[in-house]
Design a protein around this ligand. Structure first.
Ligand code: GLN
Length: 195
């Protein structure tokens, strides 16, 4: 059986996610319209981009409710930056919320405007010296009790896991170090077997 990952390809850096996934040897498909949801897939990727634009397109294309139902049912998801905002239960500085399946409160554009983007290295779970690129990234201001913190920057969480959802404020897909993606793929493959 092939392991197939669906990448939400409405706006943002979905092409970079697809390339990283292919380098990890998994089959990739794109979700661009409702008909794409008829295909089977084992996990979802929510890319970086503009959460407001992706959120608007999700609703216009009638993708929002079916995807939210699958996330609520435990579909594994890997979300970066805008993807984290789409999953967050609360967004401090936005009047909109989206899927709300991840029990965190985020603040959009918390690490500065475009020029405030930066690169660092840090620990993620048991891994060290993981390269982390922040691009107008959201901060995670608080997490619920069921949320595990996997990386931090300046005392604030920057990667969290809850159930089958892994969400990062930074962008591993832009770099050639695919350890975090591999970590997710291994876990989501195991979650799929148990579902
Ligand atoms: N600032 C963007 C937003 O609020 C996220 C930035 C990103 O995904 N790199 O949607």
């Amino acid at each position: 059986m092939t392991y197939r990952i669906a990448v939400l390809a409405l706006q943002g850096d979905f092409a970079e996610h697809e390339s990283a996934l292919r380098q990890c040897g998994v089959e990739v498909m794109e979700i661009r319209q409702r008909a794409d949801l008829q295909k089977t897939f084992d996990a979802l990727v929510l890319p970086g981009g503009e959460s407001t634009v992706i959120g608007k397109l999700l609703r216009e294309l009638e993708l929002f409710s079916p995807l939210q139902e699958r996330l609520q049912a435990g579909l594994p998801v890997f979300a970066t930056c805008a993807g984290l905002i789409l999953l967050a239960d609360q967004i401090e500085n936005d009047s909109f919320t989206y899927f709300r399946t991840l029990d965190v409160t985020v603040r959009r554009n918390a690490y500065g405007r475009q020029l405030g983007s930066f690169h660092t290295e840090g620990n993620f779970a048991e891994m060290s010296r993981v390269p982390m690129s922040f691009i107008r990234a959201p901060s995670i201001e608080s997490v619920g009790t069921g949320v595990t913190i996997l990386s931090e920057y300046n005392g604030k969480p920057t990667a969290v896991m809850q159930g089958n959802q892994l969400a990062l404020a930074w962008h591993p897909e832009l770099l050639s170090d695919h350890r975090v993606l591999t970590w997710f793929l291994e876990r989501s493959a195991a979650a799929g077997k148990n579902r």
